[in-house]
Design a protein around this ligand. Structure first.
Ligand code: NAP
Length: 235
């Protein structure tokens, strides 16, 4: 049975990804920084709750121990993410960007991803068919940020896209370093979740599709790529 960990799976895209992968037969560890919300989500889904705050070393180490004791990990989905630049007064752009906002965003989206990857690598390396999915964003694409007439071009924020571009770099460099692991970045598309106060254009079912597909990639499938539901994204 494929063993899968999803960070930030108590709600949004992570929760829906868990639902679809449980349907597909995976044993899913529902990662949640809040143990209570995680337990509730895992019960609802038929998954296994694991407390995991990606910004906290002790919490990540404890999650490794739990999953290792249960038998190991085949698929890691780095889904937990934040966008503190999205405020009730609009997007915080370059004029108001502070180092604190940048640091807060990177703490979860970038350092959190590396913390979880680093901690779970030994378990993934013991899997017969290891897979990593890094949930990125269309806003991570420097090509699109610099191409007029794309939705990304018009976007004014700095911290969130920069953090997801860093996730893309992490993806390609880990993919080269660990050729036995399929490691890809995905862009779910603008999806109604708490992250954007449900302003997204898609449902979570639609958004989770590419995450679920890349979580099930076969050992001869792509690695080091950047994929959306219907196309490969330009870096
Ligand atoms: P969401 O509904 O806000 O879910 C985010 C999840 O991440 C929540 O479970 C949240 O936990 C968790 N999280 C935040 N900080 C964490 C931490 N320190 N440790 C562990 N978990 C943490 O947002 P979403 O839209 O589903 O986002 C999922 C991923 O998709 C993110 O990486 C996001 O950047 C990406 N994405 C979203 C969209 C979109 O349009 N929605 C588009 C492109 C990419 P709490 O419930 O405790 O806050």
């Amino acid at each position: 049975m494929t063993s899968t960990l999803i960070t930030g799976a108590n709600t949004g895209l992570g929760f829906e990804t868990a639902r679809q992968l449980i349907d597909a037969g995976h044993t899913v560890y529902v990662g949640s920084r809040d143990a209570g919300r995680g337990r509730q989500a895992a019960e609802q889904l038929g998954g296994r709750a694991v407390q995991l705050d990606v910004t906290d070393d002790a919490s990540v180490r404890a999650a490794v121990k739990v999953i290792e004791a249960d038998g190991g990990l085949d698929v890691l989905i780095n889904n937990a993410g934040i966008a503190p630049e999205w405020t009730d007064d609009g997007v915080i752009g370059a004029a108001d960007l502070t180092a604190d906002l940048m640091q807060q965003t990177f703490e979860t989206n970038v350092f959190g991803t590396v913390r979880v990857l680093h901690a779970f690598l030994p378990l993934l390396q013991r899997s017969a068919a290891p897979v990593v999915v890094n949930v990125s964003s269309g806003l991570a694409s420097l090509s699109r940020l610099t191409t007029p007439d794309t939705s990304a071009y018009a976007y004014a924020g700095v911290a969130y896209p920069a953090s997801k571009t860093a996730v893309n770099v992490i993806t390609v460099q880990y993919a080269k370093a660990f050729p036995a692991i399929r490691i890809n970045a995905v862009e779910p598309g603008f999806t109604k979740t708490d992250l954007n106060a449900n302003a997204g254009a898609q449902t979570v079912e639609q958004g989770a599709e590419i995450i679920v597909r890349m979580a099930q990639v076969s050992p001869d499938g792509p690695t080091g790529g950047y994929f959306g539901n219907d196309r490969t994204f330009p870096w």
